[in-house]
Design a protein around this ligand. Structure first.
Ligand code: RP5
Length: 177
């Protein structure tokens, strides 16, 4: 299966898939964080309901193609992450998307979260694609010291930002809208 591979140019180790083009505005947060951490990924659309055979092909072929972790996002009757998890022993991170066919987002969350014993999906928050990307990098970081180091640096930037905001507040530099 040929996939739309984004930067960086080396072979992808994370597969980002989503049920519809309409999920992209949420799911691109996962690709942005992987780009920042220089983790090669691929990104494509695989619908559990509209392209079930493509889903089988993707999930069953992913490991052979060098993918180590799959991030799968879907909304409403969000069966993609769970079904992909049932077809591979690669770790699957599920992103519930609040989509056009979601009632309130809980439908997406529960469809992905409540997996039966034996077939786990690591479910992040509603629209939590950024954390899905970070979690994928953290899993890679268990065996890749370079990625682990980039994650440490990223964490430092988060801490620095909080400390800067706290200092601005202390000095009374707070913006008032
Ligand atoms: C799900 O249905 C997709 O993951 C998407 O979140 C939702 C709506 O899809 P579209 O009708 O916008 O294509 O399968």
């Amino acid at each position: 299966m040929s996939e739309n591979q984004s930067t960086p140019k080396t072979a992808p180790v994370v597969g980002i898939i989503m049920g519809s083009q309409s999920d992209l505005k949420v799911m691109e947060a996962a690709s942005e964080v992987l780009e920042m951490l220089q983790v090669p990924y691929e990104l494509t659309i695989v619908s559990a309901h509209r392209t079930p055979h493509r889903m089988f092909e993707y999930a069953e072929g992913a490991r052979k193609r060098g993918i180590k972790i799959i991030i799968a996002g879907a909304g409403g009757a969000a069966h993609l992450p769970g079904m992909v998890a049932s077809l591979t022993t690669l770790p699957v991170i599920g992103v519930p998307v609040k989509s056009s066919n979601s009632i309130d987002g809980w439908d997406s969350v529960l469809s992905i979260l409540q997996m039966p014993g034996g077939i786990p999906v690591a479910t992040v928050a509603l629209n939590g694609a950024q954390n899905a990307g970070i979690l994928a990098a953290q899993i890679l970081g268990t065996t890749d010291a370079v990625v682990a180091d980039r994650l440490e640096k990223y964490r430092s930037t988060l801490k620095d930002k909080v400390m800067r905001s706290a200092e601005e507040l202390r000095r009374g530099d707070r913006d008032i809208d």
